[in-house]
Design a protein around this ligand. Structure first.
Ligand SMILES: Nc1ncnc2c1ncn2[C@@H]1O[C@H](COP(=O)(O)OP(=O)(O)OP(=O)(O)O)[C@@H](O)[C@H]1O
Length: 271
């Protein structure tokens, strides 16, 4: 999909975004507090933080699955927070998303799961739609599972099907919410390989939430640490020379080091 950015512009701009939720017994809880950050085209950008820090909410602000109470979200030059419903539906074609629990349609085949968003949007005729679905399934190594139902797939295969579905509209951005948390170490490594390949070969910009340092360390070039809904720090993973502010930032220093680079793809450990 073509972008509306000019060279040098970030692909994603979160500007002063805040999000509160109503509490069941009254009052509100501020899950995201005035966060501003940018993600460049081609980045694999990690969001890390303790449980409840607001990572998933921040990720969901990027495609307006959660609408910020204040602040703005701009993706590929379009300010999503200023769009009407129809324009937003169109802009969301440019932002794929995958989830920890895969969120596949259980009563549809893998093929139909991937075809689903294309049918809804209705821009491709039948032969082009079929070709696009197969192209996406081949990309994730699932072409031979097209007629299987999700219940007949392993966890890793389910997540691959979800990736194929997320890429069907050829988005510039792929949002990943804990994509490997339900997978074993070996499957995690293979899935991260696929995500890295998608980033490198297709140029898809990835924003990934994970509580696993090793996952972020293996795949990200930039990381933001979220604490109590606020941006605590952000850094390039390879920049191990500047002092890190947070404990998580310091722990991640190893993953930018030469020692890690030498063993990065030999074993992903769940921490
Ligand atoms: N829809 C909602 N309604 C009410 N509170 C919510 C809602 N979504 C999130 N929250 C609250 O906002 C806070 C941040 O949640 P969020 O899921 O963004 O955190 P997280 O950092 O992704 O955590 P985890 O790693 O445990 O998934 C939590 O306290 C959570 O309970």
């Amino acid at each position: 999909m073509s972008t509306h950015t000019t060279p040098g512009d970030p692909l994603i701009r979160i500007d002063g975004a805040s999000k509160s939720f109503a509490l069941p017994r009254g009052g509100t809880f501020e899950a995201v507090k005035s966060v501003s950050l940018t993600v460049d085209k081609g980045d694999v950008f990690g969001l890390i933080g303790k449980s409840g820090a607001g990572k998933s909410t921040l990720l969901r602000l990027i495609n307006l699955l959660e609408r910020p109470d204040s602040g703005s979200i701009t993706v590929a030059g379009r300010e999503l927070t200023a769009l009407n419903k129809r324009e937003l539906r169109d802009a969301r074609q440019n932002i794929g998303m995958i989830f920890q629990q895969f969120n596949l349609l259980q009563n549809a085949t893998v093929y139909e799961n991937v075809a689903f968003p294309l049918r809804i949007h209705g821009t491709l005729n039948a032969p082009r739609l079929a070709a696009r679905v197969l192209e996406c399934l081949e990309l994730v190594g699932l072409a031979d599972k097209a007629e299987n139902y999700p219940a007949q797939l392993s966890g890793g295969q389910k997540q691959r099907a979800a990736i194929a579905r997320a890429l069907a509209s050829r988005p510039d951005v792929l949002l990943c919410d804990e994509p490997t948390s339900a997978l074993d170490a070996e499957t995690t490594r293979s899935l991260l390989d696929t995500l890295r390949d998608i980033n490198l070969r297709l140029g898809v910009t990835i924003v990934i939430v994970s509580h696993e340092l090793s996952v972020l360390g293996a795949i990200c070039n930039r990381v933001a640490v979220i604490e109590d809904g606020a941006l605590a720090e952000q850094f390039a993973l390879a920049d191990t020379s500047s002092a890190r502010i947070t404990a998580l930032g310091r722990e991640l220093a190893y993953y930018g080091s030469e020692g890690f680079a030498a063993t990065a793809w030999k074993g992903i450990e769940h921490v």
